[in-house]
Design a protein around this ligand. Structure first.
Ligand code: EPZ
Length: 417
């Protein structure tokens, strides 16, 4: 198990380029199954989750490899239509391959995506929608088997919750379905819009991405496209939190302002300043942060659940009390244990965490339990006096590309062991 050793108490300075968005790259890699010919994905982050997705594509018979900073996928050779249990277990978001496989081959078999560290991760909304499009789905012994021998039919799908994954699976199933599909209460995350931009570049006809209603006119032949993946808004929020918690000023390159419209005001509440100029963000923090008051995670464009942990890391040193309400996932406070070991004062009641700011944090040996929790522990360690050892860095590497190199380039003392 690899670990980070962080020597905190140092200011950050300089500028950093924000990596491509993991949660855009993953569904777009699945979408390449639906195209004929070669796809070129630029700004694709090199992460363990991206690597796992490329291994799934190669297992299915596709060509998928990285060459001089781009990921190249050609799915003409696809000949399998199941995803082995080992690959499914490695990355629960492999469920996004379901819709694409079903649309391409009329059959898909994969094991139920294991619950993950955030609590149960049901896929009832995915399966209900695919059944409405004509798929015959059996769920037995933890295996999902889907058939649509006569192809899928477009349908009107009402989502009871704007699930990101369900919205993606429906879009991927619908682009080859016969007739139009309308998704009501679709997820509006920027990664959904990026997926639809890629599909439209490949020849699809999708309208309304980023809005609550998305219409997909199915039945189009799709051809390989080249696409620039959007920057990762959660990595941007993590770097901002790192500057906030160390009272630093940094410049972030490749940040899309409106992707952070719910995050910036929380930092401004604490006294931080965020100035955008053409794709760059100049972010500066006061010596002592004021409290964040109340942060409630909501579907986009509300405050993103993926940024909850990393902002809580900064809240530990705010002057006053900050309250976090986690409305999306059942169990997304696993980072509280590690933050508390660093000296934070946090009280969790169900889905609410009350953070009373403390004067300072102290180094300790701590362990990450999930991806964004790991990022929160690294963020807090930057402000902790003396040395912190963070175990479970495999979680971090699912979503943060060479993160110790990135932080070191900003002046932090972070070593990977
Ligand atoms: C995506 O997960 C992201 N993952 C998550 O990011 C992110 O936290 C989440 O969206 C919310 O924004 C990827 O894009 C790969 P959901 P997803 O379906 O699709 C419930 C990270 O850190 N639900 O919107 O799984 C579900 O249990 C990861 O990068 C159902 O009940 O999220 C959860 O409570 C973590 N039934 C809520 O909806 C369903 O059929 C949100 O899930 C589907 C979801």
């Amino acid at each position: 198990m690899s670990r980070f050793v962080v020597t905190g108490g140092r200011k950050l300075f300089g500028e950093a380029e924000v990596q491509g968005a993991k949660n855009s790259a993953l569904p777009i890699l699945a979408a390449t199954i639906l195209t004929r010919g070669e796809n070129l994905l630029f700004n694709c982050p090199m992460l363990s989750d991206v690597d796992a997705s490329m291994r799934i594509l190669r297992y299915l018979g596709c060509d998928a490899y990285e060459q001089s900073g781009a990921v190249i996928v050609n799915s003409d050779g696809l000949r399998e239509n199941d995803i082995p249990d080992s690959l499914m277990r490695e990355m629960r978001s492999s469920i996004v391959f379901l819709g694409a496989l079903l649309a391409r081959t009329g059959y898909a078999k994969l094991s139920f995506p294991g619950g993950c560290e955030l609590g149960p991760r049901p896929i009832d909304l995915h399966l209900k929608a695919l059944r409405k499009m004509g798929a015959k789905i059996s769920e037995r012994y933890g295996v999902i088997e889907c058939r649509a021998e006569n192809g899928l039919k477009g349908a009107k799908i009402d989502l009871s919750f704007p699930s990101v994954g369900a919205t993606e699976n429906i879009i991927l199933a619908a682009v080859r379905a016969e007739g139009p599909t309308t998704i009501i209460n679709a997820a509006r995350e920027p990664e959904i819009t990026d997926l639809c931009d890629f599909l439209n570049e490949a020849g699809a006809e999708i309208y309304g991405a980023g809005e609550g209603v998305i219409v997909i006119n199915g039945g189009k032949e799709l051809y390989g496209a080249s696409h620039n993946i959007i920057p990762d808004r959660i990595v941007a929020a993590t770097l901002m939190s790192s500057a906030a918690v160390t009272g630093s000023e940094i410049t972030l390159r490749g940040v899309v302002q409106n992707h952070l419209s719910a995050v910036i005001p929380v930092f401004e509440e604490t006294g931080c300043k965020a100035v955008f100029n053409d794709g760059d963000l100049l972010f500066s923090a006061p010596e002592r942060l004021k409290s964040m008051r109340l942060v409630r995670t909501m579907p986009y464009p509300g405050f993103p659940t993926d940024a909850q942990a990393v902002l809580m890391a900064a809240a530990t040193l705010c002057d006053g009390t900050s309250v976090f309400a986690e409305n999306i996932f059942e169990n997304r406070f696993k980072h509280v244990e590690g933050l508390t070991r660093l000296g934070a004062d946090i009280n969790v009641q169900g889905r609410v965490a009350v953070v009373n700011g403390v004067k300072s944090l102290y180094g300790a040996k701590i362990e990450a339990r999930d991806l964004r929790g790991a990022a929160a522990l690294v963020t807090a360690a930057l402000a902790a006096e003396d040395k912190t050892e963070i175990y479970g860095i495999e979680y971090l590497e699912r979503g943060y590309e060479s993160y110790e190199v990135l932080l070191s380039s900003l002046g932090a003392d972070v070593r990977k062991i």
